[in-house]
Design a protein around this ligand. Structure first.
Ligand code: CA
Length: 222
């Protein structure tokens, strides 16, 4: 994993670089917007940490230009003040996330991990939990190599649950993301689909991957 840090304040840049290196990431540092834009366009990075206030070209412009150049590397913006306009501007420019300085390195690392993970699932056309594999391109689902036929709705439901592996997913989450806005919450259609999905995915296997979290919702667990 290779990360580009674009930050003109030398002590912050070296603090971030040192911390990321200790976590095992490869890190390059650019000290102004021009250099950052150049590095981001010529080298391959898994993530760019981009300060907004930069000499030569500001971070928001760098971000906009990178997106214009079709460079889709996730960008974590750093803002000096907790100013809403800065955040909105950053996100509008195509950044995935932002963090206000000063920040705790622990929080910074957590954001970095989320963005890198998100990138992996975007790049990869497959989702996998234990021996269950969902191919997002061919829409083929297999468990232990055996193909499991699903309906379109069941597939979408499973994809959604697997994208949030390890998290509790509520019925409201499911209704908003898998069903459309005309969905009536009074019906038990979600439970019916979950029941059917579980029958297909988990029946006959020792390890159940789709779990019920009593009173809260469902969770896919490897
Ligand atoms: Ca700065």
């Amino acid at each position: 994993m290779r990360i580009l840090v674009v930050e003109d304040e030398k002590h912050i840049a070296s603090f971030i670089k040192q911390g990321l290196k200790e976590e095992g990431y490869a890190v390059d540092v650019a000290h102004d917007g021009e250099e950052g834009y150049f590095f981001a366009g010529t080298e391959k990075y898994d993530l760019i940490v981009l300060d907004i206030m930069l000499p030569k070209i500001d971070g928001v412009t760098v971000c906009k230009n990178l997106r214009k150049d079709k460079i889709t590397t996730p960008i974590l913006m750093l803002t000096a003040k907790d100013v809403v306009e800065d955040k909105v501007m950053g996100l509008d420019a195509g950044a995935e996330d932002y963090l206000t300085k000063p920040f705790a390195f622990k929080e910074f690392l957590a954001r970095v991990r989320v963005l890198l993970r998100r990138k992996e699932t975007l790049v990869s056309s497959k989702l996998q939990v234990a021996d269950l594999v969902v191919d997002l391109l061919s829409h083929k689902v297999t468990r232990s190599g055996k193909e499991i036929p699903l309906t379109t709705k069941e597939f979408l439901l499973l994809e959604y649950l697997m994208r949030r592996t390890g998290e509790v997913v509520t019925r409201t989450d499911i209704s908003e993301c898998v069903w459309d806005i005309h969905f009536s919450t009074t019906t038990n259609i979600i439970d019916v689909h979950i029941h059917e999905l579980r029958r297909k995915i988990d029946d006959g296997y020792k390890k159940r991957l789709i779990c019920t979290v009593r009173g809260r919702g469902y969770m896919v667990k490897g």
